[in-house]
Design a protein around this ligand. Structure first.
Ligand code: UDP
Length: 236
């Protein structure tokens, strides 16, 4: 499958159309941004790592009954995916307080919560992805009641599968962001990526951060953290 025309240039990925109307090619970049695009940089090798990590985790989830947009990896940085209509929500799944939740609720990072927290944000860069609740989602028709129920159920399932898988690799899954899409027949599938750009991964023993927080907070050894995740997940 070949790229035809460029459909969209995002912060970390480019998306191309193909000769097949139902299929797109995602091309992962080394570009990194944080704080809604305010901080910019490059993480060498990130594109190739996020491509491989995302596909590896999506295959794992697929085997556990979570449908995804993944078709097949085409090259180091490129993957063929099903074209979906993206549900305009970012679903944040949180097991341990960190980042914006720790700040908003005034609790220290690292505190385990008594249950998993789901948050929804409306995908709109100009508005800074504002948090929305179920009423907003239904009133604004971002998703139907049925779709929202499916998205919630998949998000918890994904959390269970990934948390258990990562625990065996001595990685604690602190929180992560998901995006879902709709196939032409209305089926909800997991889309976008699951990578150190979109998850907080802490080493279970040392607590060392192995994710994009190293870039956001200038902690150093950003590339090393991404490579460590690739090594633990794919053994290379
Ligand atoms: N996240 C993301 N994209 C966003 C916002 C958040 O991938 O636009 C991920 C982030 O990497 C973290 C989780 O979602 O794993 C929760 O992020 P948080 O709301 O704490 O925001 P942050 O502190 O990253 O700004």
């Amino acid at each position: 499958m070949e790229k035809t025309n460029l459909l969209y240039v995002g912060k970390a990925k480019k998306v191309y159309e193909t000769a097949d109307k139902g299929l797109l090619i995602v091309d992962y970049k080394d570009d990194a941004t944080a704080f809604n695009g305010l901080k910019k940089g490059t993480i060498l090798g990130k594109g190739a790592i996020n491509n491989r990590v995302t596909n590896h985790l999506m295959k794992l989830l697929q085997r556990h009954g979570v449908p995804t947009h993944l078709v097949e990896q085409l090259s180091e940085r490129e993957t063929l995916v099903k074209r979906v209509q993206i549900v305009p929500l970012e679903v944040i799944v949180r097991n341990i307080a960190a980042g914006s939740l720790a700040k908003r609720l005034g609790i220290p990072e690292g505190v385990k919560m008594s249950r998993t927290v789901l948050e929804f944000c409306y995908k709109d860069d100009a508005l800074g992805d504002p948090m929305v609740n179920d009423d907003h989602i239904l009133a604004m028709r971002f998703a139907t009641e049925e779709e929202l129920k499916t998205i919630r159920a998949y998000s918890h399932k994904i959390n269970d599968v990934l948390s258990a898988y990562l625990q065996d690799l001595n990685i604690e899954l602190i929180d992560f962001k998901l995006e879902f899409g709709k196939l032409p027949d209305g089926t909800i599938v997991l889309a976008d990526e699951i990578s150190p750009d979109t998850c907080r991964f802490w080493d279970s023993t040392s607590g060392e951060k192995l994710d994009k927080d190293r870039f956001r907070r200038d902690l150093g050894n950003v590339e090393g953290a991404y490579r460590e995740i690739l090594k633990r997940l794919l053994g290379e």
